[in-house]
Design a protein around this ligand. Structure first.
Ligand code: 6PG
Length: 228
């Protein structure tokens, strides 16, 4: 795991974009296609907006959301809403290159549908992700993999889970730790002083459990970018 700390926000975004593009280029050279896992939340939105401005072979890139809040597409809480605004619409991403949860289904049916999509992608080529772009909560959760989640080590590819009560939208749909670990490279974006405890824990201080994040970074070479 490589840690990059920035005091200047512009340098932070330039570095995350540069690393993303480098990994995308490597995957295109190697596979002729790229699969990218996309965290929701607010932090990565700027990176997605920057990627949308690049001249990329969009038809060769598949974008896979790593978790969703079970709300209508138009709801500002929706990750798909954020991705549509930041990336899918500005870059005119073909619909077939967008792998998202179908929230018109029940939560269980939506996770079954997502699992089927992921299974097909893995049958075509493993590991699933060439690049996994993650944010982390101030408690260190990634995707919707919260501390104490009984499914944390499930063999399922995706499942429904309830976020802790302090979150506005508690009904969540998430990819599992197992499938997120099927990644060649990871980028973790930590933006804001409230994320410093995640960084310090990754640097070795016993502050947070980081059960999911530590398990992932033990398997997936990950670059961590921090800016207060
Ligand atoms: C979500 C995300 C989640 C997010 C963290 C950080 O749907 O909320 O997938 O894992 O990355 O909660 O969120 P912020 O970037 O908004 O701090």
């Amino acid at each position: 795991m490589t840690l990059h700390s920035f005091s200047d926000e512009n340098d932070f975004w330039k570095a995350t974009l540069k690393s993303s593009l480098k990994i995308i280029e490597e995957a295109l050279k190697k596979h002729g296609q790229v699969r990218i896992g996309l965290a929701g939340g607010s932090t990565p939105k700027k990176l997605y907006e920057d990627l949308a401005q690049e001249n990329l072979p969009w038809q060769k890139i598949t974008w896979i959301v790593v978790d969703e809040r079970y709300v209508p597409d138009e709801d500002p809480e929706s990750n798909r809403h954020m991705l549509r605004q930041a990336l899918f619409e500005p870059a005119h991403i073909p619909h077939e290159n967008q792998v998202t949860f179908d929230i018109t289904l029940s939560p269980e049916e939506a996770t079954i549908g997502m699992s089927q999509k992921l299974k097909r992608l893995e049958e075509a080529r493993m590991p699933l992700f060439d690049l996994l772009i993650l944010g982390a909560g101030k408690d260190g959760h990634i995707a919707s993999l919260f501390e104490g989640d009984p499914h944390l080590h499930t063999k399922e590819l995706a499942y429904t889970v309830h976020a802790p009560a302090e979150y506005k939208t508690t009904q969540r749909l998430t990819l599992s730790l197992r499938i997120l670990s099927h990644s060649t490279r990871g980028l973790l974006l930590l933006k804001g002083k409230e994320k410093r405890s995640v960084l310090k824990t990754l640097e070795g201080e016993p502050i947070l459990p980081l059960t999911a994040l530590k398990s992932l970074t033990a398997k997936v070479p990950t670059e961590v970018f921090f800016c207060p």
